[in-house]
Structure formats: structure tokens, C-alpha cells
Design a protein around this ligand. Structure first.
Ligand code: FAD
Length: 482
């Protein structure tokens, strides 16, 4: 620990008590690596305040001592954003002890949750009041409200409700100098210039620390139906989505899964079973939801809408979950793709978006272009087709040395994929953020106007570059890889 770090940790311990400082190496270790195990950092201590004022005190002390901080929630992020730098220069600022749900207001449809509240706990609290927080994702048992807001997370219900940007109605945050921004009031109209709340959403902890958020709730689900459909390809899948949308506004999720990705899940995730009897090149998982019990039951709705698609051959086969347990089993397949893939050997991941209408072509032609350019690799695109966002993963050739492949080949593949995305008018980060993983690619592929604005914003909030250093944007351009 450097003298400055020791001065900071001693002051925090003295002012906030022993629970606010963790220095035991074994307790720190799990938080030094990202969920995928791709990034490894070092930090001699974790600071863990349990209140907004505690966060404010830590940030002003860190400013005085010039010690960088890495905000961390559930550590489920996909771009190494919550992993500290390798040189041990920063301390982790964990928000996990700030886990109170301050209020659930079913009448106004709003909840105020502190940054460390776990998404699944918010789901439960809203449900107890007959409401629902309509954002969910595979990491809901660990991801926190602060992390979700700071990455502008998406998930599987974006089709109907949007990303965190649409669902956060207010933000409370501590800025790098220790001052507090109280933007929790959920104002429908507020034109006081730049929107600080929206700047902090998706800022990945580089502009300050979110301590609480006001979140929009919707009526609880009265009934849902989940269908699993086999079909010939992404173009047909998108046409099916448009057909369903013409018949109802109750479709909440529409997730595409290639046949070989389903096989991977069946192979690597115990207890999973194929939903359909036959084999299909592509699959979609569809969820329809009603909130008024008097409405047409969603299973009937899906059956009514899918029947003509089956009859005219648009869809090869389909099954509607017969029970809630079966619906959960279908979702478990979708939610287990990342885990299955992690167990299947080295792969390089790209979370990308292109205009929705261009996505089917991108999935097929982009995948084929990668496999042709990098022999032995296998492209795998799955996810949120209806949002124009898929996870576009390239699996390493069998038998490669993983460390060498990640160090040498993966960056070349990523540049190739990102160039395809930019050529298709898309974004190299649809929902996971930039973190440390995409910082250089963001610089390489962004316009000078975008980069200058990002740097100016960062410099205005955090001139000392103490908040989550090495993530999202560097104050000076990063040297490009050769
Ligand atoms: P962390 O990983 O701890 O942090 C993420 C970033 O936010 C870091 O930059 C960190 O510094 C910053 N941060 C954390 N808390 C704060 C705070 N209070 N104030 C300021 N900055 C903060 N993401 C999607 O968008 N869609 C998906 O469908 C999806 N599916 C996933 C499935 C699985 C199985 C897993 C493991 C992850 C998935 N993710 C998905 C990614 C991940 O869950 C999200 O990025 C989530 O928002 C991260 O929350 P967290 O609390 O774990 O944040």
C-alpha cells in the first residue's frame, strides 16, 4: 500500500468504522477479476461505505490524497469496467453495502433503490406492491442498480421498455470532488440545461458514483406465455417479429439463438433439454405478457398468432411452455449461453448493434466473412434481434493455446468485426459499455468530434482522472496498437 493509500484507508476506518475498509487479501481476491475471467487487477483495499454521506466523505478524502477509485457493484460487467488497474494504484469502492430500497410507491409507479440493491431484490420488492421493474438479465442475482445504471444495461425486455436510460427517472450521485448531485425527483418536465442524470447513466463510474436511483415501475404481470420456435434464419425471424407486432403490442422479448449455440448449452449446462423435438438451424424465444387478467390469455394469443406462421411455413416448429416451470426452463437456456460459452473454450465477444433491418444480413454475412478471414474460427450471433443488438462471438479454432490466441489473434479479429459493424452503420458497444476492453477501439473508430466531447466531459467532472482510471475514455489519446 502506498503512503497515500494508507492515509486514505486509515481516515476512512476512523470516520466510517472497521466494516468500511477491507484489507484481507483473501476477501479482496474475488473482486480483482471480472466475471469472464479476462481481466485481472490489483488493489490493496476495498472501501465499502453504507451511506451516501460515507461515499461523499471517501471521494473528498481520495481527492485530497490523490488516490484513484474504481466503483464496483456486483462485478458482473462484461468489459472489465469494474476491475482495478494491474499496478495496484487504485482502491476498489464497493457499493454493495448500500443496499436499501428506500421506497416503493405503487401509486406513482416509482421505487428509490440504493446503488448496491441487487436487481432480483428490486424485482421482489416491486412485486410485493403489485408492480414490476421491467428490466431483467441473466446476472439479475448479482448485478446492482448502480452497475446497471452506470452501464446503461439493456437485457431481454428492451423491446418494450427500453434500456436503463428509459427506466431511470432520477439519480443521486457523488461527484469526484465529494459534492452531492441530488436528482432523485422524478420530474416529467425539467429543462435546466444539460441533463446530469443522463450523463451519469452509462458513464461507467468515470464521472462520479451513483448512490441511488429512482426507477420506473410498471404493473405486475397477470400472466405470461413463453414460446420456443424453430425457423430457418434471422431474416425470417425478423419477419416473424414484425408479423407478431402487427397482431399485438404484448410481445416483450424476442431472442434469437442459433442451433449450434443451443447445442452448446445442452452440452455444458446440466439439466437443460431441447424445447423442440427436431433440429433447426435457428431458434427464437418469444415472451408475451398481459397485465390485465381480463385480457386474452397470452398462451392463446401466441397460439393464435403463431398458427398462421406455422401453416404457411414461415415457422418450422413451435412450442408454447405448458407451465411456469417450462417457461423458466426455456429462459434458463437463453440465460445460460454466456456460461456455456465460457465452459466451451476461448472465444472473443462483441456486443454490437446495427440498424434493426440490417441485423439479419449482418449476422449471416458478417459471420461468414469472419470465418473466411480467420480459418478454423466459428461465428456465433445470438440475442436481442428485435433491438438490432446481438452478441457476436468468434470461437477460437480447436486446440489453440488460449493465452496466445487471446493476446495475438483475438485483437485482430475484434478490429475486423468492429470495422464490419462501423461499415454497417452500427455501434461497437450496444449494451455492455466500453470499460477497458473497448477503450482503444472506441478511439480508433470514433469521430474527432465524439472523442473531443467525451474527453472534455471527463476533464470537466474529473480533472485529476481519479474516477475509474483507464476505463471508457482516457484524457489523452491512448497509443494505438500496432
Ligand atoms: P459492475 O460490474 O460492478 O460494474 C460495471 C461498471 O459500472 C463498472 O465500470 C463500474 O465501475 C461501474 N459502477 C458500478 N457501480 C457503480 C456506481 N454505483 N456508480 C458508478 N459506477 C458504478 N448486460 C446487459 O446490458 N444486458 C444483458 O442481457 C446482460 N446479460 C448478462 C448476463 C450475464 C450472465 C452476466 C454475467 C452479465 C450480463 N450483463 C448484461 C452485464 C452486466 O450484468 C451488466 O453490465 C450490469 O449492469 C453490471 O452491474 P454490476 O452491478 O455487476 O456492475
Amino acid at each position: 500500500m502506498t503512503p497515500a493509500q494508507r492515509q486514505l484507508t486509515d481516515s476512512v476506518r476512523e470516520k466510517l468504522g472497521p466494516k468500511a475498509v477491507i484489507t484481507d487479501a483473501a476477501a479482496i481476491a474475488p473482486w480483482l477479476e471480472d466475471w469472464r475471467g479476462r481481466y485481472h487487477g490489483a488493489a490493496p483495499a476495498i472501501l465499502a461505505p453504507d451511506s451516501r454521506d460515507g461515499v461523499a466523505m471517501i471521494l473528498s478524502l481520495a481527492q485530497e490524497a490523490r488516490v484513484p477509485l474504481v466503483p464496483q457493484g456486483g462485478n458482473t460487467g462484461m468489459v472489465g469496467g469494474a476491475t482495478p488497474p494491474v499496478d495496484g494504484s487504485a482502491l476498489i469502492l464497493s457499493l454493495r453495502r448500500m443496499n436499501r430500497i428506500r421506497s416503493v410507491d405503487p401509486v406513482n409507479g416509482l421505487a428509490i433503490a440504493e446503488a448496491g440493491v441487487i436487481l432480483a431484490d428490486l424485482h421482489t420488492a416491486a412485486l410485493e406492491q403489485g408492480r414490476r421493474f421491467p428490466l431483467t438479465l441473466g446476472a439479475r442475482g448479482s448485478a446492482t442498480i448502480g452497475g446497471l445504471a452506470s452501464t446503461n444495461a439493456g437485457g431481454t425486455q428492451v423491446l418494450r421498455f427500453g434500456t436503463m436510460r428509459s427506466l431511470v427517472a432520477g439519480v443521486e450521485a457523488v461527484l469526484p470532488d465529494g459534492s452531492v448531485h441530488d436528482g432523485l425527483a422524478a420530474l416529467k418536465k425539467d429543462n435546466r440545461g444539460y441533463d446530469l442524470n443522463q450523463l451519469l447513466i452509462g458513464a461507467e463510474g468515470t464521472l462520479g458514483v451513483i448512490t441511488a436511483a429512482t426507477l420506473r415501475l410498471v404493473p405486475a404481470i397477470a400472466a405470461r406465455a413463453v414460446a420456443w420456435v424453430g425457423l430457418s434464419g434471422p431474416e425470417v425471424a425478423l419477419a416473424l417479429l414484425r408479423r407478431l407486432e402487427a397482431g399485438t403490442d404484448r410481445i416483450e422479448s424476442f431472442e434469437i439463438v442459433p442451433g449450434h449455440t443451443l447445442s452448446l448449452v445442452l452440452q455444458h449446462v446440466p439439466g437443460t433439454r431441447a424445447p423442440l423435438a427436431g433440429e433447426h438451424p435457428w431458434h427464437v424465444l418469444i415472451e408475451a405478457v398481459i397485465t390485465d387478467p381480463a385480457d386474452e390469455p397470452p398462451a392463446d394469443l401466441l397460439e393464435r398468432l403463431l398458427a398462421p406462421a406455422l401453416a404457411d411455413g414461415q415457422v418450422a416448429d413451435a412450442v408454447i411452455a405448458a407451465s411456469e416451470a417450462q417457461a423458466e426452463a426455456f429462459w434458463h437456456i437463453r440465460d445460460s449461453i454466456s456460461e456455456a460459452e465460457r465452459n466451451n473454450g476461448p472465444a472473443v465477444q462483441h456486443d454490437i448493434s446495427v440498424p434493426v433491418s440490417g441485423m439479419p444480413r449482418f449476422m449471416i454475412e458478417g459471420g461468414a466473412a469472419c470465418e473466411a478471414r480467420f480459418p478454423g474460427t466459428e461465428a456465433m450471433a445470438f440475442g436481442h434481434l428485435g433491438d438490432g443488438n446481438v452478441h457476436f462471438h468468434i470461437r477460437a479454432p480447436r486446440g489453440v493455446d488460449a493465452a496466445r490466441w487471446y493476446a495475438e489473434d483475438a485483437p485482430v479479429i475484434t478490429r475486423f468485426v468492429n470495422d464490419l459493424v462501423v461499415a454497417a452503420g452500427g455501434s461497437i458497444s450496444a449494451e455492455h459499455g466500453i470499460g477497458q476492453m473497448k477503450l482503444k477501439e472506441l478511439e480508433r473508430l470514433s469521430s474527432p468530434a465524439r472523442m473531443a466531447a467525451l474527453r472534455a466531459i471527463k476533464a470537466a467532472f474529473d480533472p485529476g482522472a481519479l474516477m475509474n482510471p483507464g476505463k471508457l475514455v482516457a484524457l489523452a489519446p491512448e497509443p494505438l496498437a500496432p
